[in-house]
Design a binder for this molecule. Structure first.
Ligand code: CDP
Length: 232
């Protein structure tokens, strides 16, 4: 596992043989393993190992909303809780949910809401608890996928699955699926997601700098990666 200490970021993110530090070519994904029905007390659950990332998701619902005032009379609500375990990163992460976790919970919820039929469940909630136990770049993407799998495992009707992957730029070159060190020491990071029932991009964040043509090329690379992951 790469240790992310800023003073010790490598000078080059490519090896002498032209491959990335973990041996990948520019367009390669890290290895991905997905499993459902891993948590017995949940209505649905899933686990994803994506490179060094290890993430669980569990789904509960439709069930009564707590606190009650959050309930909506005309539709169900979706609540997503993305959390990183204190031991999931090199520095001890503070246990209380920070701004980053709230933001990631929100974007995952925005990605998943369009695929659900919340209008069929007035007054109730679906809750998704995501626990990152090991983090190494791209956890928001892996979490979006594992949350969608857990919803499917719970038997919640869905218009389609959601697939997510980041692309970006390191040492001047466009690459697919940034690892933690590439995310931190690279020049641009572009997490994307797609909802398959309408082929719409449901997540597009952008950190760093890219030219217009690089942005276009990155989106094509993202589309390729998203299709590969969807096939898995
Ligand atoms: O995980 P993701 O790429 O979606 O989000 P990020 O905020 O860009 O974080 C990139 C990576 O930084 C994470 O995957 C972790 O490996 C690492 N990180 C960390 O070391 N300490 C934190 N408090 C948060 C993130």
């Amino acid at each position: 596992m790469t240790l992310l200490i800023p003073d010790e970021y490598p000078k080059n993110l490519f090896r002498e043989d032209g491959k990335r530090l973990d041996g990948r070519e520019n367009f390669d994904l890290r290895s991905i393993r997905m499993e459902v029905d891993v948590i017995k007390n949940a209505d649905g659950s899933a686990y994803i190992e994506w490179g060094n990332n290890k993430i669980f998701a569990s789904v509960y619902g439709p069930r009564e909303v707590h606190p009650h005032h959050l309930a909506k009379p005309d539709k169900g609500i979706l609540r997503v809780f993305y959390r990183m375990a204190t031991f999931s990163v090199f520095d001890r992460k503070r246990p209380a949910p920070g701004r980053r976790e709230k933001e990631i919970s929100m974007i995952i919820s925005d990605c998943l809401e369009p695929v659900l039929f919340l209008e069929l469940y007035p007054g109730t909630s679906f809750e998704i608890f995501i626990e990152v136990v090991d983090a190494d770049g791209g956890t928001r993407c892996a979490s979006t996928i594992v949350a969608a799998l857990a919803l499917a495992d719970a038997g919640v009707p869905m218009r389609s699955l959601v697939t997510s992957c980041a692309v970006g730029k390191i040492d001047g070159k466009l690459v697919t699926d940034l690892s933690g060190i590439e995310d931190k020491a690279g020049e641009a990071d572009l997490p994307t997601a797609i909802t398959w029932f309408n082929d719409e991009i449901s997540l597009l964040q952008f950190d760093g700098k890219l030219s217009q043509s690089e942005l276009n090329e990155s989106l094509e690379m993202a589309q390729d990666a998203l299709e590969k992951i969807y096939d898995m």
